[in-house]
Design a protein around this ligand. Structure first.
Ligand code: ATP
Ligand code: NCN
Length: 205
């Protein structure tokens, strides 16, 4: 099976995550997309008031509920410590050695691959599929990744530019502005029902 993995903090999942995954699914001929919420994001600091990993998992489930192309994995939530992608890919490879793995990232994340844990091992385990996103230029990303062994396993796909981020959604909720259409309805309902993001958290990077 050709499996695409969209890793993220999903704090919360939004429209651009789903469009990104959908375009990878369609353009790269993937059979299934796995949303992989990070238990402890390797490069991001969550703030104290942020929802728990389990709540972010529930938000991901709500986001993909009625779409049979998507599943949500608990692999990184059930593993203690920082959620390094290389560990996740090794686990998936061990579980299903026949699967062909594609790790999907937004262009902004792709350029940072050299600073990830064992970036060359990541490229040995999976194809890296990069969505082109505002501010992320293909040539700049290729230049950044060229020195890595396995750079030939980086592929690009197009997605409509969607200037939505989890930070934007959080800021809008904190400012009592509507988030309908920026996130799936079930996610907006869960955010509302659980009173998430009402107090502005410290900005994460
Ligand atoms: N608008 C977008 N267009 C394309 N890719 C995106 C977009 N938003 C997020 N992604 C990609 O989705 C993956 C998971 O992102 P993440 O969960 O960190 O969301 P985020 O919106 O970037 O979060 P935050 O605003 O909190 O930094 C990353 O690979 C990221 O590059
Ligand atoms: O493994 C690493 O060193 C590493 C460093 C930065 C990001 N990642 C992964 O990239 C994905 C997107 O990251 P983020 O910070 O946008 O949620 C997510 O699955 C992270 O675990 C992984």
């Amino acid at each position: 099976m050709r499996v695409g993995i969209l890793g993220g903090t999903f704090n919360p999942p939004h429209l651009a995550h789903l469009v990104c995954a959908q375009e990878a699914h369609a353009q790269l001929g993937l059979d299934r997309i796995v949303l992989m919420p990070a238990g402890e994001p390797p490069h991001k600091q969550l703030s104290a008031g942020d929802p728990s990993p389990d709540t972010r998992y529930e938000l991901c489930l709500a986001a993909v509920r009625s779409d049979e192309r998507f599943v949500v994995s608990r692999a990184e939530l059930d593993r203690p410590g920082r959620s390094y992608t290389v560990d996740t890919l090794r686990l998936l490879r061990e579980r299903d050695p026949q699967d062909e793995l594609t790790f999907i990232v937004g262009g902004d994340m792709a350029a940072s691959l050299p600073s990830w844990r064992e970036p060359e091992a990541v490229l040995g385990l999976a194809t890296l599929a990069v969505a082109e996103r505002v501010g992320a230029k293909r040539e700049a990303i290729e230049r950044e990744l060229a020195p890595l062994a396995g750079a030939g396993r980086v592929t690009f796909f197009d997605m409509p530019r969607i200037d939505v981020s989890s930070s934007l959604v959080r800021e809008r909720v904190a400012a009592a502005r509507p988030i309908r259409y920026l996130v799936p309805d079930a996610v907006a309902e869960a955010i509302d029902r659980n009173g998430l993001y009402r107090a502005a958290g410290e900005v994460t990077t």
